[in-house]
Design a protein. Structure first.
Length: 351
């Protein structure tokens, strides 16, 4: 009863914060949140996990349940998971949607979730080939937004890598560290039995799919693809001490994918504005969005300064009005400024 009383007492505060969270979000975010809420009630149906979730044995031939990669993400088994999904989707709308736009957010949502579904199904097929356990194909049901939420942490790392999330005695945790911590927390929760084995699989798949899409394939308004910034490499997800060997491994895999045609070398175009002939230099494989991030930070600083300037605008208007009401009187070689009212100005004209 005490818990219910606390919830009832804080209900207006929760409602107010929820309204603030969803204000100014796009239609796409609201539709996803409403769909999650409605599908939660369908999850009480005993066959919902099989029909709407990704079951590895039914996704590939001979069954071909090809609708499940598009429906599995909207079904959760617990209410707290639904609330967490809705909150994270709303946060995604606040942080990412203003920069990307609704269409890019929708494309990111679809690509990451479909990629998570396929990656998890392939993973359990590989486990089946190693163990020959049919339960891995027909008793495992992948569902929920755990993979997408992990993918959002990668997008936030790309946009605001140095923003502090938490200060600890051992040091500060920034957005650079959040994807790896998310994987670690998912593994710990699975180890203690709080979640099933599909959740860490989805989280790892979500991080990989999100990074692959943002690194190599995302289209930008300037016609380029991907983000080849040095602080967005695969090795940057790991601690500094292990980054060199991971860089060697990831670069080798990338070279193989380039030769196989899966990935392509990205070309950075550098416009030298100071050059008289307008030289354009093409550097293969290293195009960075660091300048775009700096522009974004500069725009935010400019907006905050404009807000402060608008607050001081009435005072400046008063100063301008005082200047308009003042006249300059020339006395010999010197000038003197005096403040006169309109009545005084009329009297001066008559004299």
């Amino acid at each position: 009863m005490s818990v219910l009383n606390k919830v009832r007492k804080n209900l207006p505060h929760i409602k107010q914060n929820t309204e603030l969270l969803f204000n100014n979000t796009g239609l796409c975010i609201k539709i996803i949140s409403c769909t999650l809420s409605v599908c939660y009630f369908f999850s009480f149906w005993s066959k919902s996990s099989t029909v709407f979730g990704v079951t590895p044995g039914y996704l590939f031939p001979p069954s071909f349940w090809l609708w499940t990669p598009f429906t599995f993400c909207f079904f959760e088994t617990h209410l707290w998971q639904v609330l967490l999904d809705i909150a994270m989707v709303a946060v995604c709308g606040k942080l990412i949607e203003p920069l990307w736009g609704e269409l890019q957010v929708l494309v990111f949502f679809a690509i990451v979730n479909v990629g998570v579904a396929l990656a998890c199904a392939v993973f359990y097929y590989i486990l089946y080939m190693c163990t020959w356990d049919p339960e891995l194909l027909f008793s495992v049901h992948v569902r929920g937004l755990a993979g997408y939420l992990a993918g959002v942490t990668v997008a936030v790392k790309q946009i605001m890598p140095d923003s502090t999330v938490l200060d600890t005695p051992a040091g500060r945790i920034t957005n650079r560290n959040v994807p790896l911590y998310t994987i670690f927390i998912a593994l710990v929760l699975w180890f203690i039995g709080f979640v099933d084995g599909t959740k860490p699989t989805m989280v790892i798949s979500g991080v990989l799919m999100s990074w692959t899409y943002l690194r190599f394939y995302q289209r930008h308004t300037n016609g380029t693809r991907g983000d080849m910034a040095d602080n967005f490499t695969f090795a940057s997800f790991f601690p500094v001490i292990v980054q060199p060997p991971i860089s060697v491994l990831s670069n080798s895999v990338y070279s193989i994918f380039v030769k196989a045609g899966i990935c392509r070398k990205t070309v950075r175009r550098v416009d030298i504005a100071s050059a008289p002939t307008g030289i354009t230099v093409a550097l293969p494989g290293i195009r960075s969005h660091d300048m775009d991030r700096r522009k974004l930070l500069a725009l935010k600083a400019l907006n905050s300064r404009l807000v402060d300037t608008n607050k001081d605008a009435p005072r400046m208007d008063n100063i301008e009005s005082e200047r308009r009401d003042s006249v300059v009187i020339s006395i010999g070689d010197s000038e003197q400024t005096s403040k006169l009212s309109p009545a005084n100005m009329v009297s001066n004209k008559t004299t």
